[in-house]
Design a protein around this ligand. Structure first.
Ligand SMILES: Cc1cc2nc3c(=O)[nH]c(=O)nc-3n(C[C@H](O)[C@H](O)[C@H](O)COP(=O)(O)OP(=O)(O)OC[C@H]3O[C@@H](n4cnc5c(N)ncnc54)[C@H](O)[C@@H]3O)c2cc1C
Length: 410
């Protein structure tokens, strides 16, 4: 009798999507060999604390790891860390790695995430200009922050603002330069933007809206000393953080001829157009039955949900991705929780009082709740999650009325 050789599934990536997939395969007692290849030297880890508690020095590096390496290894899952996948050969079903070795696969999962968008402007190579995406980035930024230093943050999105909050608490003088006319414009509505504008300015941050950056000035010794503005003038800086968004990491997939469209295109089972290759997380433009069209999302919830879907697909189960996306951000004593996508709303309903710092904005489209942003109001987020998931129609009057128990809706 001949023993059938075990198949090998290779996961490329070391972020939330790759790590969650490993754990899900463990839980499901996946019968095949699993090898994870990540260019980062760490076991799979979570990024949100990089701009929050880890930057503030409140937690250590190991607390970022989704699991300790021994958990994977004891279960027979192999981690190949600090090694980059350079090429996918779909005809031979193998990968060329940066250590010159070749790795055979039967099934492949791309969890390559995203990389930061660079600001290519004069002076962008100067020392003291930072980006924030991995542990090494946070370590480098944190080592420069000190009371009295001048930090200029280019970009008023949630990562830039989380850093602004953390740095301000450490006594750093912070300026935020945002090209749009309000903060976090891409992800939230005007009420929330205004609330955070007030929160940051009250804390002493110099927030400048409608302010585009054209380049960086040098101190004559190769280090940044200022940021130049499109409208003329400059802002002095000892340290700069550029935080202007991310770009999906699709180079490997594109070179391998997989269908990409600002993200690796996958269906609701996380399958690419190659039946043996799946893709999950930030790197995908994906189908989620919850939406009419494909989306690209940058969030932990999306990475986790897609990883679980991929685990089911690898096990031969048919479990499509079908859930409302959600997200959070922590700034100062404020926890912002968001569910759904608000872009297509035709009505906004405010519940609570903004000055009480406990309120929620419900976004409605044709009477249905399509998104909720809750500030220090977890109950509104919890109920909102259900309402959005069920595409439930609710009267604006009830949502606004503080005597009306939100809990009664679920
Ligand atoms: C500072 C910061 C704060 C954040 N805060 C929040 C938050 O509060 N809430 C939230 O929901 N989301 C937050 N996010 C976003 C969230 O972390 C991402 O959406 C999530 O990490 C996506 O997971 P991923 O595994 O798809 O990709 P990533 O985490 O980007 O991981 C991709 C991995 O693939 C590796 N890789 C890429 N190409 C190769 C290759 N060729 N060979 C080998 N390895 C490769 C990369 O090195 C990386 O380890 C934050 C992100 C950052 C950077």
């Amino acid at each position: 009798m001949t023993n059938k050789k075990k198949e090998t599934t290779v996961i490329i990536g070391g972020g939330h999507a790759a790590g969650t997939l490993l754990t899900a395969l463990l839980q499901k007692k996946y019968p095949n060999e699993v090898v994870l290849v990540s260019e980062e030297p760490h076991p799979p880890y979570q990024r949100p604390p990089l701009s929050k508690t880890y930057l503030a020095g409140e937690v250590d590096q190991t607390s970022l790891y989704l699991k300790s390496p021994s958990v994977y290894e004891n279960a027979g899952q192999q981690l190949r860390l600090g090694v980059r996948v350079e090429q996918i050969n779909r005809d031979d079903k193998n990968l060329i790695l940066s250590d010159q070795s070749t790795l055979q696969y039967d099934r492949l999962v791309l969890a390559t995430g995203s990389h930061v968008r660079r600001l290519n402007a004069p002076g962008s190579e100067l020392k003291g200009i930072h980006y924030l995406h991995d542990i090494a980035d946070t370590d480098a930024l944190r080592s420069e922050l000190a009371p009295g230093k001048r930090l200029v943050i280019v970009g008023g999105g949630y990562i830039g603002l989380e850093v602004a909050a953390s740095a301000t608490k450490q006594g750093v003088n912070v300026t935020v330069l945002e090209a749009a006319d309000r903060l976090m414009q891409r992800v939230t509505g005007p009420e929330i933007s205004e609330f955070f504008y007030a929160k940051h300015t009250d804390a002493g941050v110099d927030v400048r809206l409608d302010t585009a950056v054209t380049g960086f000035e040098s101190d004559g010794k190769g280090r940044v000393s200022g940021v130049t503005l499109a409208a003329g003038g400059r802002v002095s800086a000892d340290i700069v953080l550029v935080s202007i968004g991310v770009v999906p990491e699709t180079a490997l997939a594109e070179h391998a001829g997989l269908l990409c469209d600002d993200g690796i295109v996958v269906d609701e089972f996380t399958r690419t157009d190659d039946p043996d290759i799946l893709a999950i997380g930030d790197c995908t433009r994906h189908r989620n039955l919850f939406f009419d069209k494909r989306q690209r999302l940058e969030s932990v919830a999306n990475a986790v949900d897609q990883a679980r879907t991929a685990a089911a697909t690898l096990m031969g189960e048919e479990k499509p991705y079908d859930s409302a996306p959600w997200f959070w951000s922590n700034q100062y004593d404020v926890r912002l929780q968001m569910v759904g996508l608000s872009q297509n709303h035709d009505q906004r309903v405010l519940r609570g009082n903004i000055t009480d710092k406990e309120f929620a904005v419900f976004y409605l489209c044709e009477g249905c709740v399509i998104a909720v942003d809750a500030v220090n109001l977890p109950i509104a987020f919890m109920v909102g999650k259900k309402l959005v998931q069920q595409r439930k129609s609710i009267s604006a009057k009830a949502l606004r009325d503080l005597n009306f128990e939100l809990k009664s809706l679920i």
